[in-house]
Every structure is written in C-alpha cells, then in structure tokens.
Design a protein around this ligand. Structure first.
Ligand code: HPA
Length: 261
C-alpha cells in the first residue's frame, strides 16, 4: 500500500479533504474540476484494474470551489471476485491521502413505484441483502452511521438547487445478476428503497475509518417487477448518463457549501 499511496500522492494536489466514488455512467462530474490530473489504475504500482463496462478505472484529482478533491472513476465489485475487504481499497486510498469526507455514489434500481427513474436518492440507512456475513434476514442499519446534520444540509442544498432528492434505505445485493421479482418484494418489505451491487463494503470502510459520508444513488431503473420492464446494464449506464445534469448540479453545490474541518 505504501508505494501505491506514494505514487498517487506525488501526482495529486496537496491537502485533499474530499474523496468521491463515482458510479457507473456518472464520470462526467470530473469535467467540473479545474487543474485536473488523471491517474489510470493500470499505472499505479500494486493497484488493480476496474473491469466493468461504464467504469473507467482512474483517479481524477483537481480543484472545485477552493477544495482539492479526488474522484475514483471506477470501483471494484464483490461480484468481480474480490474479497469483501479488498472491494473498499479506494476508501483506504482516500483516507491515506487525508480525506475527511467521502461522497459515495452509484447507479441503483428503484424499489418504489411512485418515484421516477432519474431521481436521486440520499442514503439515510442501509440493508445488507448480500448474505455474505449472515444468512439471517437483514434489518435496517442507520443509527450512528449517517450524520443527521450532514443529511439535513444535503437536503437543504438539493431544495435550493431545485433537484429532486429522495431519501431512503439503500440495499446491497452482490449481483452480478439483477434481482428476481420476489427478492425485490422482500427487499421492499424489509424497508429498502433502492438496490444496487456496490457501495456497502465502501460504506462500512468509511464508517470504520471514522470518515464522514454522503451516499447518493442515481435511480437508473425501476427494480425487477416494479415496472414490468426487463433490465439491462447498458440501459442502466445510459439512464445514469441522462440524469447526470441534476447529479452534477447537486454534487457541485455540495462541494461549494459543505464545511470541512
Ligand atoms: N439492481 C441492482 N443493481 C442495480 C440496479 C438494479 O435494479 N440498477 C442499477 N444497479
């Protein structure tokens, strides 16, 4: 890890306090950065390559509203065969660079029929529906994980910028296949609002490393059985790209208004 961090550090600006994990199709946010530099995962000693379509596999660093920030454009998934602890290596990099806040984003399926495809959702709790740690039915985890004042601030920013921002429970499934109709029915009963194949290993690492977190889901489709339409990964990437105007607007405003210690 030391050579990995040294290599990344020497390419990035100093004093980076915000790390952003960009999900499938959400990489256009990087265009907002000034004095941008890119570091391909392939060029980093001891680091891995991202292999999922729509994920580029690079860190992009630069400045925005007087903050130096780093984005991970492409992440690692449990379904690619990584161990649970290795999936969150991007968060370890953010921590080693000195980040205090991580904005975790992903493309997710929407479990609520009345919400629209393209809406964004702020995560205020989660369900681990992966069954990787326990075979029992999961319960909602939220207490102590999601900072209420940070959540309120993001909601206020979204309101001010006229961006529809739902709030809800994110559900992690391992993938790589989309869920069955009965799995989605169960997730709904358990209290889930959004479902995705990434994020929870990262959320857990952020929590364990005592960093602040904002989790944003881009609802790219209605989950299986909710709208009756079949899902494809290319549709998910396309929808994520279509809703990036609001996503970029919100992310920009968060960076502009958030207070970092
Ligand atoms: N399920 C799981 N992961 C996803 C979905 C979904 O419906 N959409 C985007 N990522």
């Amino acid at each position: 890890m030391n050579t990995t961090i040294q290599y990344i550090k020497q390419k990035c600006p100093d004093n980076i306090k915000i790390g952003i994990v960009l999900g499938s199709g959400l990489n256009a946010f990087c265009n907002s950065l000034e004095s941008k530099i890119s570091i391909s995962y392939n060029d980093i000693p001891g680091f891995r390559q991202a292999s999922v379509k729509g994920h580029k596999g690079e860190f992009v660093s630069g400045s925005l509203h007087n903050h130096n920030i780093i984005c991970a454009n492409g992440r690692f998934h449990y379904y690619e065969g990584y161990k649970y602890n290795d999936v969150a290596v991007i968060i370890d990099v953010f921590k080693a660079l000195g980040c205090d806040l991580v904005i975790m984003t992903n493309a997710s399926g929407c479990v609520i029929k009345e919400w629209k495809v393209g809406d964004l959702m702020l995560i205020n709790g989660h369900l681990d529906y992966s069954f990787t740690k326990s075979k029992n039915k999961p319960t909602i985890i939220s207490d102590g994980w999601y900072d209420n004042s940070l959540l309120s601030k993001v909601i206020e920013i979204a309101r001010e910028k006229n961006v529809t921002l739902r709030e809800g429970i994110y559900t992690w499934t391992t993938g790589p296949s989309y869920e069955t109709i009965s799995e989605i029915e169960e997730i709904k009963q358990l209290g889930g609002h959004a479902v995705g194949m990434s994020g929870l290993p990262e959320i857990e690492r952020i929590y364990n490393l005592n960093m602040k977190m904002i989790g944003l889901c881009c609802l790219t489709n209605h989950a299986s059985g909710i709208s009756g339409k079949e899902l494809t990964h290319s549709e998910v990437v396309e929808k994520a790209q279509n809703s990036h105007t609001d996503f970029i607007k919100l992310l920009n405003a968060i960076i502009e208004q958030i207070e970092i210690n």
